[in-house]
Design a protein around this ligand. Structure first.
Ligand SMILES: [Zn+2]
Length: 357
């Protein structure tokens, strides 16, 4: 009897150990022993650019680096899938104005327009609006600072200028990164071969000095350890993408639609679609592409195994992807349900697909 008890305890400990390591993964970097000397902020401005962004993201991923991408709103509007690629590669996305003007030459309302259009372009691509703003040319003034604070944006300049925009060689860019100290931010661009080729050596240099690439804190504008917000997908991701129209429909009014995409509309409280997913690990990111049928905010709850895990929001009728990061749930076969619970009669929720990573 004693022996049987011991076996049970050992089994429970093993199970606990494996659950523990899975749930710790997204936040483990906060106390990373590989970063004894702290964190620096790598930043890349003026993207996304179709000729460069994919190569840059691949180079960063391969080097184990994460960075903040200060995107131009007009580029984000033209290449939304590249903005989504930045997020899924583990990068953070900031606002760098819509058209790259000299902001200090603009009126307050022109500044607002540059900033708001970019927030909208990035939000409609990724489901999240940036919290960081970098003024083009680093030019700022009191009017701009007040417009930024009205939009809950933190201004981020830099401590080190790589001079990649000014013809610096790869060796000079690497040397500039070599001057970064804990908390510092370096200016680079999503545009140049020289910058791209510097990435592996920047990674080596930081590692040799006990520094890691971190996120930029919206409260201080300085580099800090990454937190779970915006973290890359936890490993063990299913990579599954499930079209709404292939899910099981229930509720009074649930029906297929063919515009603005092939999908399903949920018209009233209780309307839902569901499917069964087999999970091999207990934490995933869930991205739902959808829209409202009008300018009102539509809401769709995510339920897994009968428990509500979060809510997807769609702020208007143009389709957007909204992501719930690091959702914990049961392992094995689980019922995954998308259900409307907050409909007050002013919107319908239109669903395209759900991605699990
Ligand atoms: Zn710029």
């Amino acid at each position: 009897m004693f022996k049987a008890k011991l076996v049970k305890v050992a089994l429970a400990l093993t199970l606990f150990g494996s659950l523990f390591s899975i749930s710790m993964m997204p936040t483990a970097s906060a106390a990373d022993i590989n970063c004894p000397n702290g964190y620096v902020g790598l930043t890349f401005d003026d993207g996304p650019n179709p000729g460069n962004t994919t190569n840059l993201l691949n180079a960063l991923k391969q080097a184990g680096l994460r960075a903040t991408m200060f995107n131009l709103g007009q580029n984000a509007r033209n290449y939304p899938s590249l903005v989504r690629d930045q997020v899924s590669a583990g990068m953070w996305v900031g606002n760098h104005s819509y058209t790259h003007p000299h902001m200090t030459a603009l009126s307050s309302s022109q500044m607002s327009s540059e900033i708001m259009q970019t927030q909208q372009a990035i939000q409609s691509a990724t489901g999240a609006a940036p919290k960081l703003f970098r003024p083009p040319y680093g030019e700022t003034n009191a009017t701009l600072k007040s417009v930024l604070s009205q939009n809950s944006l933190t201004e981020v300049l830099w401590n080190v200028d790589s001079q990649d925009w000014n013809g610096a060689s790869t060796a000079q860019i690497v040397a500039a990164a070599g001057r970064l100290q804990n908390g510092d931010v370096i200016l680079m661009h999503d545009q140049y071969q020289t910058t791209l080729q510097a990435i592996p050596q920047i990674a080596q240099n930081l590692k040799s000095r006990g520094l890691c690439s971190g996120m930029i804190s919206p409260s201080t504008g300085r580099a800090v350890a990454p937190d779970s917000e915006g973290a890359p997908p936890p490993s063990g991701g299913t990579g599954a993408k499930i079209e709404a129209e292939s899910m099981t429909k229930s509720g009074t009014y649930t029906g297929n639609i063919s515009s603005p995409f092939n999908g399903v509309a949920l018209y009233a409280n209780g309307d839902s679609v569901k499917f069964t997913q087999n999970f091999t690990s207990g934490t995933h990111n869930f991205s739902l592409r959808g829209a409202s049928n009008n300018s009102n905010m539509a809401r769709v709850d995510l339920k897994i195994g009968g428990q509500t895990k979060g809510t997807f929001y769609f702020g208007g009728s143009s389709p957007a992807v909204y992501t719930l990061n690091n959702v914990s749930h049961g392992i094995g076969n689980q019922a995954v349900e998308l259900v409307v619970t907050a409909d007050n009669g002013t919107w319908d929720a239109l669903l395209d697909y759900l991605e699990i990573n």
